[in-house]
Design a binder for this molecule. Structure first.
Ligand SMILES: [Zn+2]
Ligand SMILES: [Zn+2]
Length: 376
């Protein structure tokens, strides 16, 4: 992916947009640009990817903070930190020579990495003194067919989750107690280096980094493949969120696992149109059926239903089939189906039909344009 894409621009939101505004913009765009909705537009897929990527970053507090800090260099930062599963791991030696410079580099990981060049000694687990931290919630786009959304379904998901590395707990490096200050973070005073202030070697953290984590290669994340069977309730809509508790990112230091949020993306149907929990369909009828009235068979998601069209029905007239729409998620009852009838005229009449219509013309002396003005 190119690095010159502005995620805020992609989602069309201000840099100050709230989490809610970001989510709203994303949903609107995702619905509009979903490749399934635009099968003939080759750009739709690329655009949808950009939207998803922008949302992935801007919806995550930490990632957004990093993005705000690095702007268009963010992709590079992510790649170099090995944060994308399967991506190359960060090489600490090279990292300080990137555009961020050594100063910013310390900012990325906090004081802990302020002194990358220190080395030697036995590793201590940096995290031992820290609080349990819950795992992040993970959002996953879930394409669903119209029929599956109607009936509900069960799906098997193969997910690759980027967990915080269990070895370094997401920090990316192994640390030891600072040999200069013995872990106090305060300079021992005297000598040339300090005057009783902040220890210059560890910059007050009390820890020095002795190398990158062997498990995650310094990226702080490891990929985990999960096979999860999920139940999609009947009646879900595009944008509906189905929460699977405990299937998100792993918590560290005994923290709870995050949740998996499935964001539904319901494919449109060729004939049925969805409107909330209601379903719309347009059904053709003949002029004769409209004039004389008829009992017609109308498709519904569950199969044909008989509808009585009264004599004198107009083209465009709507009829309601109560309770034939989508089940209402989390509530009782169902939506309705609305049937719009459209008087269909054959392009060509048979000789017999033509004769009958011509006879009709003789007796049809009503003027439907009576009462219309002749002009302005
Ligand atoms: Zn690690
Ligand atoms: Zn120190």
């Amino acid at each position: 992916m190119a690095t010159d894409i502005d995620f805020y621009e992609v989602l069309g939101v201000d840099r100050s947009a709230s989490e809610k505004e970001v989510r709203k913009a994303y949903r609107k765009l995702a619905r509009k640009c979903h490749p399934d909705v635009n099968p003939d537009d080759p750009d739709a897929e690329q655009r949808f990817k950009e939207i998803s990527q922008a949302y992935e970053v801007l919806s995550d507090k930490q990632k957004r903070k990093d993005y705000d800090r690095f702007g268009r260099e963010y992709q590079q930062y992510r790649r170099q930190s090995g944060a994308q599963p399967g991506g190359p791991a960060m090489d600490f030696g090279d990292f300080v020579f990137t555009n961020f410079g050594a100063g910013n580099f310390a900012d990325i990981f906090g004081d802990l990495f302020g002194q990358m060049h220190t080395s030697g000694g036995r590793a201590h687990r940096y995290a031992a003194q820290m609080q349990p931290e819950p795992g992040p919630n993970i959002e996953h786009q879930m394409p669903t067919s119209f029929a599956e959304a109607f009936t509900g379904t069960e799906k098997v998901l193969n997910l690759r989750i980027a967990d915080r590395c269990p070895e370094c707990e997401g920090v990316g490096g192994l640390t030891e107690t600072c040999p200069d200050c013995g872990g106090t973070g305060r300079s021992r005073g005297g000598g040339m280096r300090g005057f009783g202030g902040v220890c210059p070697r560890c910059q007050g953290s009390g820890k020095t980094v002795i190398g990158k984590c062997p498990k995650c290669g310094g990226g702080g994340e490891v990929a985990r493949d999960r096979k999860i069977t999920v139940k999609i309730p009947a009646g879900v809509k595009t944008g509906s969120k189905v929460r699977i508790a405990g299937e998100g990112g792993r918590g560290v230091r005994g923290g709870q696992n995050g949740d998996l949020h499935l964001i539904m993306n319901v494919e449109p149907h060729t004939f049925f149109e969805r409107d909330g929990d209601d379903v719309n369909i347009t059904v053709p009828i003949t002029f004769v059926e409209a004039a004389l009235g008829a009992k017609i068979s109308v498709p519904t998601p569950e199969g044909p239903v008989s509808l009585k069209v009264p004599a004198g029905t107009r083209s465009g007239q709507k009829f309601r089939l109560k309770g034939r729409g989508f089940p209402r998620v989390g509530r009782n009852g169902r939506g309705n189906q609305h049937v719009t009838v459209q008087i269909a005229m054959p392009a060509k009449l048979s000789a017999k039909q033509r004769k009958a219509v011509e006879e009709l013309k003789e007796v049809w002396d009503e003027d439907p344009r009576k009462g219309l003005p002749t002009g302005l």
